[in-house]
Design a protein around this ligand. Structure first.
Ligand code: FAD
Ligand code: SF4
Length: 482
């Protein structure tokens, strides 16, 4: 049977309501007053955009919410969305000294939301309007967090910026891919409008694969920033994959962002393949949209999944089931629609996963969501920019200090450079690339709070301190080096 929406509008909205609701003014003041305003605040060092957290929190204690928002947005133009979507547990809040005192860390994300909501709700533009243009023009490919970070910084430095995106609206995954209970698309679209008011031009419906050539870009612009993120879901390569109810998890999440909630179809029995954060978001939202059963199928063990522990706990609380050490071998159909998933047990030897012969079994399901990683856009990039160097994993090679690629006038940032991190990393890298472009075109350097340490450090830096959030080894080393 084709899948259908399962819930009425009110129930769906209640189930997908904001997971971290806003503070009341009183709650915000009380929380802000708990901050110790540390001199050498580790929370700042743990933020890839280097927001001066104690300063903005202190402004909240005196009800200077516009000033607090200015402190935030000058460092991170997407401060409103990062307040909602950042894994703060492993970033700023994970580094808060309160943890050393065995107390709850300061709720930095919610305080940041309190300040940025204040200016957004009142239409207050805290960022300086750009001065006279400096005569240089830059193309930004992709209106996701990386492209927006780059475009906003360049606009504030006096550049004429044109952002090209294939979608009908900007924001990238912030608008179309973040779990609905973390952030509504309107917050992201509001940020895009704020960047428009800085004088940035957005051209939507332009697919750079189809509609632009290197000659067009060279003719119209002095430099290019590549922020096109990743491509579609990797293929499974199993029979039945092309049935109508085998869907890319990202596409399913996009339905939630682009349709009325009561019109989003979902299976009664959903299987989600993969166990990263996208899989967790998909299984949780499927449950919240009324799926009776939603099961993660992962070919390795629980200890090896890449999802954060707190996301895993959320999915379990929502009633999701987990099948570890299992791999899909075939999607089975009835009357042309998904009816079941054939699985096999797996075993790992030397890090390689193999199917255990004779171990197959079948589970009933009517929707299969693929969350087994996204493709890199390597073909597109090398066609558009002959001579652009990619690494063995299809990521664009770049200088981590400037985000400059092997082509001097082409810069990169966000998921296209990293292979997939977080929104805050993308906006920080976009900002850093804007400064790299400024150094190239104007010979000028910009001092600013973007952290040198967590972004693209050689020697295997993870970029977000996922596993060791507090004073991670590469951060320590970078700080020692000064
Ligand atoms: C399901 C999911 C959930 C996530 N949840 C979180 C979260 O809760 N918190 C968090 O911090 N991070 C989260 N992330 C990660 C985060 O969304 C990304 O790291 C971030 O969006 C990367 O930004 P980006 O600008 O590099 O790429 P994107 O956000 O992917 O933006 C790329 C832009 O380029 C455009 N584009 C692509 N190809 C073309 C083309 N050919 N022509 C023109 N335009 C093109 C796209 O339309 C898009 O607008 C999540 C990721 C996924 C997939
Ligand atoms: S580490 Fe915690 S207590 Fe110290 S300044 Fe940052 S938020 Fe405040």
């Amino acid at each position: 049977m084709p899948i259908q929406p399962l819930l009425d509008a009110a129930t769906a909205a209640a189930n997908l309501a904001d997971i971290r609701p806003p503070f009341s003014p009183q709650e915000a003041r009380v929380e802000a007053n708990r901050c110790l305003f540390c001199y050498d605040a580790p929370c700042i060092k743990a933020c890839p955009t280097g927001i001066d957290i104690p300063t903005f929190i202190r402004k909240i204690t005196t009800d200077n919410l516009t000033g607090a928002a200015r402190t935030i947005l000058e460092a991170n133009v997407l401060g409103a969305s990062c307040a909602r979507v950042c894994p703060t547990q492993v970033l700023c809040e994970g580094a808060c000294v309160m943890l050393d005192l065995e107390k709850q860390p300061i709720q930095i994300g919610r305080l940041q939301r309190h300040a940025t909501d204040h200016v957004a709700a009142r239409g207050i533009d805290v960022l300086q309007p750009p001065g006279p243009k400096n005569g240089h023009s830059v193309a930004v490919l992709g209106a996701g967090p990386a492209g927006l970070g780059c475009a906003a910084e360049l606009a504030r430095l006096g550049y004429a910026v044109t952002v090209y995106d294939k979608k009908p609206a900007g924001g990238g995954l912030n608008t179309y891919g973040i779990a609905y209970y973390k952030m509504r698309p309107e917050v992201s679209l509001d940020e895009v409008r704020m960047i428009e008011r800085l004088g940035v031009t957005f051209r939507y419906g332009v697919d750079v694969r189809r509609d632009l050539t290197a000659a067009d870009l060279q003719r119209d612009h002095h430099a290019v920033f590549v922020g096109i993120g990743l491509g579609g879901a990797n293929r499974l390569g199993i029979p039945g994959e092309d049935l109508p109810e085998v869907v890319d998890a990202l596409e399913f999440i996009e339905w939630i962002h682009t349709r009325p909630l009561a019109d989003v179809p979902v299976g009664r029995r959903v299987a989600v393949l993969g166990c990263g954060n996208t899989a967790i978001d998909a299984v949780t939202q499927a449950k919240r949209l009324g799926a009776e059963e939603a099961t993660i199928v992962y070919r390795r063990g629980a200890a090896e999944m890449s999802a954060y522990a707190f996301e895993y706990e959320l999915a379990k609380t929502d009633g999701a089931a987990f099948l570890f050490d299992a791999a899909p071998v075939e999607v089975l159909a009835q009357d042309g629609h998904v009816a079941a998933l054939r699985l096999a047990k797996t075993a790992s030897h030397d890090g390689r996963v193999a199917i255990v012969p004779g171990s197959e079994w079948t589970i009933p399901c009517d929707l299969v969501l693929k969350a087994v990683g996204q493709e890199k856009q390597a073909g597109l990039l090398t066609r558009l920019f002959p001579g652009l160097n990619l690494d063995a994993r299809g990521r664009v090679e770049h200088d981590p200090a400037t985000m400059q690629t092997s082509l001097p006038a082409v810069f990169v940032g966000g998921d296209a450079a990293s292979g997939g991190r977080e929104v805050v990393n993308a906006v920080a890298e976009g900002t850093k690339a804007a400064r790299g472009i400024h150094a190239l075109l104007a010979g000028d350097s910009v001092r600013g709070p973007v952290q040198p340490s967590r972004l693209g450090m050689p020697d295997g830096a993870t970029g977000s301190g996922f596993d060791q959030p507090i004073r991670v080894h590469e951060l320590e080393a970078a700080l020692k080096r000064g």
